[in-house]
Design a protein around this ligand. Structure first.
Ligand code: NAP
Ligand code: FE
Length: 368
């Protein structure tokens, strides 16, 4: 067996039931003043914000809340968050939410200590000062942002673009799946599909190795039966299934952190930008084609993926297409624009075959 691998993931994950309360001592080590970065509702609905405030009151940590982070967070909003952190004199940041607030919080930490970086400069400017320390508390089972050194932001021109590297890892992740119990049905489906896409895409990435492929396979094995149940019953998962989805999203995050994503993620951004399609669905709709490419390139690994799903390819394709349930009609002119734009996309090179931007245009035409 060839088990060569290298793995770097510097986040200290503190997991388990009541992980926040059980590990509250970490906050005192980070300082006396905290900026809490969230979206409008998830931090409250999940129960995480109230629990964090109770801990801060107990520890005499002063806090202020920046709840401006929207879905697909804008660089400008995160830059405003950085300014808020400076004005408050925050020693550290806690991000609470799904991928959007967590990615937003990562960027806030960079902007906070680097006032020369304004909005889209974050993609190019030197980060000369160390970002503020960050604790993340995830409330969805999808992005794995808790364990990746990646932040996906939206540029001033409305285009989504990721940024990655050592400045984009949290210091601690509090991993308690109970915060995901309030996620509504459609977001549960979309986020589970996102995690599945991370596992499947990273599996066939040229950067993947033995260890990340094991993480991906475990993740697929955990997610697939829950997706099947969501599909068949249209009911919310029970708490055990919620826990399974959450930990599967972390495994997929470990795999993504090394392997990165392939063409489904690159292509999916356009559907979110132009048609407001939730991120996971926007990417997963291209997974059936990705599986076709994967089968051509590495039949052995492809069979391992199907074994983890415990089904054949056409069954998996139908399940994913049914769950995505996308009824879009995309005009030819728009597709031409995408094809030109996708020419430079790194995600195509990070895919198993020479599937290119022209092929991608034909795929979009066939699907929509
Ligand atoms: P999200 O955009 O963070 O949240 C989607 C919706 O679900 C929001 O309305 C949110 O409310 C709500 N929500 C979240 N948690 C909830 C809870 N516990 N109870 C009730 N409602 C809840 O969704 P996401 O799929 O987790 O994140 C998607 C973003 O992450 C995209 O921008 C995507 O590009 C990015 N992403 C990042 C990585 C990475 O490695 N960093 C990987 C993949 C994707 P609020 O608006 O109140 O928050
Ligand atoms: Fe994703």
């Amino acid at each position: 067996m060839n088990y060569d691998f290298s793995f770097y993931m510097p986040v200290n994950i503190l997991g388990g039931k009541n992980a926040l309360q059980n590990n509250k001592n970490i906050f005192s080590t980070l300082g006396k003043k905290c900026l809490i970065v969230t979206g409008k509702s998830s931090a409250k609905k999940s129960g995480a914000l109230d629990e964090l405030i109770a801990v801060f009151d107990e520890l005499n940590i002063e806090y202020t809340i920046f709840d401006e982070i929207t879905e697909n967070p804008l660089t400008k909003t995160c830059c405003d968050g950085g300014k808020a952190a400076r004005e408050f004199g925050a020693d550290f940041v806690v991000g609470i939410g799904g991928g959007s607030p967590l990615d937003g919080a990562k960027a806030v930490c960079v902007y906070a200590t680097n006032p020369h970086i304004i909005n889209d400069d974050i993609y190019t400017a030197d980060v000369t000062n160390k970002p503020l320390p960050l604790v993340v508390i995830g409330t969805t089972s999808g992005t794995g942002s808790e364990v990746s050194g990646v932040s996906v932001l939206t540029r001033e021109n409305g285009r989504k673009q990721s940024i990655s590297g050592k400045n984009y890892y949290a210091l601690y992740a509090i991993a308690d799946a109970k915060y995901t119990y309030s996620v509504p049905f459609r977001t549960t489906v979309s986020t589970a599909l996102d995690a599945l896409a991370h596992a499947v895409e990273s599996m066939f990435s040229p950067r993947a190795d033995f260890l990340t492929q094991q993480f991906a396979l475990i993740s697929i094995k955990m997610i697939y039966p829950v997706l099947q149940k969501l599909h068949d019953t249209k009911e919310l998962p029970n708490s055990e299934e919620r826990d399974t989805l959450y930990f599967a999203s972390l495994y997929a995050g470990f795999a993504l952190n090394k392997g990165g994503t392939g063409f489904p993620h690159g292509m999916g951004y356009a559907l979110t930008e132009d048609y407001n399609v939730p991120h996971g669905i926007a990417c997963a709709v291209f997974i059936p084609q990705y599986l076709t490419e994967a089968e051509k390139s590495n039949p052995d690994l492809f069979n391992q993926v199907l074994d983890s799903m415990n089904c054949d390819k056409s069954t998996a394709e139908k399940l994913i297409a049914d769950l995505c349930d996308l009824q879009l009609s995309i005009p030819d002119e728009k597709i031409k624009g995408y094809v030109a734009r996708w020419e430079t996309l790194k995600n195509f090179k990070n895919s198993p075959t020479d599937f290119n931007n022209e092929d991608a245009g034909l795929l979009v035409k066939r699907l929509f």
